[in-house]
Design a protein around this ligand. Structure first.
Ligand SMILES: NC(=O)C1=CN([C@@H]2O[C@H](COP(=O)(O)OP(=O)(O)OC[C@H]3O[C@@H](n4cnc5c(N)ncnc54)[C@H](O)[C@@H]3O)[C@@H](O)[C@H]2O)C=CC1
Ligand SMILES: O=C(CO)COP(=O)(O)O
Length: 417
């Protein structure tokens, strides 16, 4: 089976008879989540298709299709049964094929975006895209925009939070009462909250009052501009509740955007946070005029130090070798689109943080997160020399050139130590 097709388990219920005597079926929405309750049942489409066969008689095919895709198996405990012939109210589990065309339509469903800047919202709402942030990119018609967060939240099945880490608590806390009950809350932000040093999934749960099982994070090599241009991209959807991760993944998958689910929320979030700090360091090396050996060395040692911290805090080492660790680190450190990378370049050229921010003009999360990462590392007894030097440069204590000299002058040691 192609790599971009998925088999989903569908909860099905027999609900009376069709005119031809076969069982009429209902499917439970979103792949059959138990907590959707009895109201989540939706009709299953049934039709006959005639398939032309070269050199033979046409074949009649009975197609049974849920909102996710056609059912390949009606009852997975009796996969060979040609049809369902069961009493009313009986529940079975079928298998549906989620095909790319269906996913595209699903992912292109209705998106109500909230923004605080009137000119950005007016452009999106007026069908002119988002020229301030994504010049030249046409947005789907299904994306609407409003400056009223409560309107954007009305009836939402999934709430996605795409805000800088230091703003997330204030914005979400102000509208927590308007978040629809039961809707998963998804954080895209890659930072730690200054002061509390909390990860964004923790901030989301605290600010909204939602159980941590309702919160998901999406992270990975996900440069916004490339995604908006529909360039092929993979990502990770992590949640403590597997069904929430699966629901969010299903909602955002398209033929060119492939989410993997994960259970290691801590590892996925830390990967996204620390790669920004390492991205600053790689940018500094570039700004200093250093070559690819230096950049590859920072990336590799940066990943080793990130994994050390993550494991000490309870994450799994393998998570950091995946898309949300190595994948995101490589994208940030290699791409001129990365704001952390670009900010690092300006710091390497000798600008201070304020001047670098005025050049880059968008959020470089590593600047605010670096001191929190260092504090976390110290409290966990983990050495993170690259982060230490980035903090000293960001806080104006040393020039990037001196930071590089100090890193190279450290005592010799075993690479795996
Ligand atoms: N841009 C990217 O490629 C990616 C960004 N992220 C993460 O997404 C988060 C947001 O980043 P971007 O949207 O790219 O940053 P950005 O700097 O491009 O945009 C931030 C937006 O948030 C708004 N904003 C800031 N403070 C606000 C507040 N208090 N209330 C309302 N709106 C406020 C700003 O007006 C601006 O429109 C960050 O944590 C970043 O790490 C994650 C993956 C990719
Ligand atoms: O997180 C990102 C890519 O995955 C975006 O990186 P920057 O925030 O450095 O632009």
């Amino acid at each position: 089976m192609a790599d971009y097709q998925d088999l989903l388990v569908e909860r099905l219920r027999v609900d009376g008879r069709d005119e031809d005597g076969g069982s009429r079926l209902l499917a439970h929405g979103a792949g059959g989540r138990a907590e959707d309750g009895p109201d989540g049942w939706e009709p299953v489409e049934r039709r006959t298709e005639i398939v032309d066969v070269a050199g033979a008689e046409p074949v009649r095919v009975d197609v049974v299709e849920t909102a996710r895709g056609p059912l390949l198996v009606l009852d997975r405990r009796r996969p060979d049964a040609p049809a369902l012939d069961l009493a009313d109210g009986t529940e079975v589990e079928g298998l549906a094929l989620r095909a790319p065309s269906r996913v595209l339509a699903d992912a292109g469903a209705e998106v109500a975006m909230w923004g605080r800047r009137l000119e950005v919202v007016a452009a999106v709402a007026g069908g002119r895209g988002n020229p301030a942030y994504l010049p030249g990119v046409a947005l789907p018609d299904a994306v609407t925009a409003t400056t009223d967060p409560r309107r954007a939240l009305e009836g939402a099945d999934v709430v996605v939070l795409a805000l800088p880490s230091q703003s997330l608590r204030g914005v979400l806390g102000g509208v927590a009462d308007a978040v629809p009950a039961g809707a998963p809350l998804v954080s895209l932000a890659k930072g730690l909250e200054s002061g509390s040093r909390l990860r964004m999934s923790e901030v989301v749960a605290e600010a909204s009052g939602a159980a941590r099982e309702r919160v998901a994070v999406v992270s990975g090599p996900n440069l916004a501009r490339e995604i908006a241009e529909r360039q092929p991209t993979a990502t990770v959807v992590a949640a403590h509740a597997p069904d929430v991760a699966a629901e969010v993944a299903a909602a955002c998958a398209t033929p060119v955007f492939r989410p993997y689910t994960h259970h290691d929320v801590l590892g996925v979030e830390l990967g996204g946070v620390v790669k920004n700090v390492v991205g600053l360091a790689v940018g500094m090396a570039e700004g200093l005029g250093y070559g690819d050996n230096a950049k590859a060395s920072i990336i590799t040692r940066g990943l080793a130090q990130t994994s050390r911290l993550a494991v000490a805090l309870g994450a799994e080492a393998a998570t950091l070798a995946g898309l949300a660790g190595m994948g995101d680190l490589v994208a940030t450190c290699a791409s001129p689109l990365s704001r952390n990378h670009q900010t690092g370049v300006q710091l390497g050229r000798g600008l201070d943080v304020g001047a670098a921010a005025r050049v880059v003009r968008q959020t470089a999360e590593g600047v605010r997160s670096a001191p929190s990462v260092l504090a976390l590392a110290r409290s966990a007894g983990v050495e993170m020399p690259i982060v230490e030097q980035v903090v000293d440069v960001v806080e104006g204590r040393v020039h990037a050139r001196e930071a590089a000299r100090l890193l190279l002058a450290r005592d010799l040691k075993h690479e795996a130590g």
